[in-house]
Design a protein around this ligand. Structure first.
Ligand code: SF4
Length: 554
């Protein structure tokens, strides 16, 4: 049996043993012995799919042996040292060894890395500004609180172990309050659900602080309430919650996917500080805390600039590792058109994804199951562990070694020692004053979120909740009946799907599961490269659309 730690980017980092096709979960503090149903599917998809590496020759995918593909890749890189090459590395597998891709390409100053990400960096930036660090307290601290407030954290869908722990804490008598514009299944364990206007949690945090007279907030309370659209009754409930007991605060990642995302996270930090709950404030921690980081000096572009750089023909070639931007990046139709124009596009991934399909070179690797590695969790502070190579199949490190040998680049590949666990030190809040940044709606907003059954662009088979969710008020406004087909469009393109009239949404916004194939297209066709206020992320949820009924769809 091989020791395994799942390094998928759902923040959990589960321990298990893998024996052939059997996955045996290891006991996990607080939440018992289970891994999610996705893990078995990842195993099938990454290890046993029949996808083959290829070189595209005149529009035809040919499958020479790997060495020939590597030679062709190395030849392009060494001949084109005077041409700009874009390098996108995803966080598909969060293992430490993925850093060696960065180290390999750091030998070529014409290869441009991407600053910022679609994931966590806006919130991280908020924590660095407020505390100088981004760490989470031990999860066990939650057992000391009386209440837990979830700001946009839909634990049911994105974090199964946290959800299970919250369930236990609720059974132990903690009060759970779930605040989210989208009413999702986490409501099942909540004592109270509070619907909030998208991108306005900063106004709610300010309203609570003002109501408790903890800081001088230069706005009228009614103004703050109006901006977040929370009822006076809900506000009093929250104020009483914070007044009467220790309160854990768990912040979701969706909050940072707005133009004012950093400001939102910072106001939640401020609320935790003023209510003396810093030891119960959770956002994210570095999953590789304590491990060495490669020193990379390559030129960079910001993630929000990818499309504009491609558009002006700045890049001659591209390298995409462990990422499927044709599905998971904004404006993905436009991105596809521009990536297709590159002379060279290497994609390395566990599957022949949509992005791999347009590559000039594709190498199939076998992901976390084929790679001895070190991995940790974004949320839990005690999960940095080593895992075995479970299957003797082609791994990222095998490919890195082969390319570096061909390019005559010397990379010293080794495991760092696992750092000793550091005791958590209470964060020191450093911010004196903080402005409130408003995010004004520009019409009908489209929000796309995660679903329990898959991760980002790593989808499996049929998906039954494949709808565009719309509020009853908006359905009436657009004269729609349930499951009617609509076109949703903006300047980036059009997608087509069935609407589901649902209390999940309120007036003014739609919801659908991210990266899903609708009848035509997927949500990221419509999202834009608007940077967040930290300039390290993308405001994916500031996507505004027009909706049109499709009269003649069969
Ligand atoms: S919950 Fe996340 S870390 Fe755990 S097995 Fe599932 S995908 Fe992997």
């Amino acid at each position: 049996m091989k020791k395994f730690i799942c390094s998928k980017d759902c923040i959990e980092a589960c321990f298990a043993y893998v024996d052939g096709l059997s996955i045996i979960p290891e006991n996990r503090e607080n939440t018992g012995r289970f891994v999610c149903s996705k893990l078995g599917k990842f195993l099938q998809r990454e290890v046993f799919s029949s996808d083959l590496s290829f070189i595209n020759v005149n529009g035809k995918q040919e499958h020479p042996d790997l060495q020939e593909i590597i030679k062709s890749i190395a030849s392009y890189i060494s001949v084109n040292k005077d041409k700009n090459i874009l390098f996108i590395r995803g966080s598909g597998s969060l293992g430490y060894m993925m850093n060696y891709w960065d180290l390999l390409f750091s030998h070529f100053p014409n290869i441009y890395f991407v600053d910022g990400s679609l994931c966590l960096e806006t919130g991280e930036s908020a924590h660095i500004k407020d505390f100088g660090v981004y760490v989470n307290p031990p999860v066990e601290n939650l057992s000391e609180v009386d209440n837990i407030v979830l700001f946009g954290r839909d634990a049911h869908n994105v974090s199964p172990h946290l959800y299970s722990y919250l369930k236990k804490l609720k059974n132990d008598g903690k009060k759970i309050i779930y605040i989210d514009p989208i009413l999702r299944k986490t409501v099942r364990i909540s004592d109270r659900y509070i619907r909030i206007k998208p991108a306005s949690d900063n106004f709610l945090a300010a309203a609570i602080i003002k109501n408790l007279s903890l800081d001088d907030i230069p706005y009228d309370l009614n103004y703050l309430i109006e901006k977040c659209n929370v009822s006076e009754n809900d506000l009093s409930y929250l104020v009483d919650t914070f007044k009467n007991g220790k309160t854990g605060i768990i912040t979701g990642y969706g909050l940072q996917r707005y133009k004012n995302g950093e400001n939102i996270v910072r106001w939640i930090n401020r609320l935790a500080y003023f209510t003396n709950n810093l030891n119960y404030l959770y956002y994210v921690r570095s999953s590789k805390a304590g491990l060495p980081k490669p020193d990379i000096k390559n030129p960079t572009i910001n993630i929000s600039e990818i499309l504009s750089y491609l558009n002006k023909g700045f890049f001659h070639g591209g390298i995409i590792v462990a990422s499927n931007p044709l599905i998971s990046y904004p404006s993905s139709k436009k991105l596809e058109e521009l990536l297709k124009k590159l002379t060279f596009l290497l994609v390395v991934d566990t599957n022949k994804t949509e992005t791999a399909e347009i590559a000039t070179h594709f190498i199939k690797v076998h992901g976390m199951f084929a790679q001895e590695d070190i991995s940790g969790s974004y949320f839990y502070d005690n999960r940095l562990h080593k895992r075995d190579k479970v299957f003797d199949k082609l791994s990222d490190i095998d490919v890195i070694k082969a390319i570096s040998k061909e390019l005559e680049v010397n990379i010293d590949i080794k495991f760092p020692p696992i750092p000793e666990k550091k005791e958590y030190e209470t964060r020191k809040y450093k911010t004196n004053s903080l402005q409130l940044l408003e995010n004004k709606s520009e019409g009908l907003r489209l929000i796309s979120g995660s679903h329990y059954s898959y991760l980002n662009s790593q989808r499996f088979g049929d998906f039954v909740e494949n709808f565009i969710y719309i509020s009853p008020i908006d359905a009436q406004k657009y004269n729609l009946t349930d499951e009617e087909v609509v076109n949703i469009s903006n300047e980036n393109g059009t997608i087509k799907g069935k609407v589901k009239i649902s209390e999940m949404c309120d007036e003014g916004y739609l919801f659908c599961y991210k990266c899903q194939d609708l009848i035509e297209g997927h949500p990221n066709i419509l999202t834009t490269y608007t940077p967040t206020d930290s300039f390290t992320g993308i405001a994916l949820y500031d996507t505004f659309v027009q909706l049109e009924k499709q009269k003649y769809h069969q």
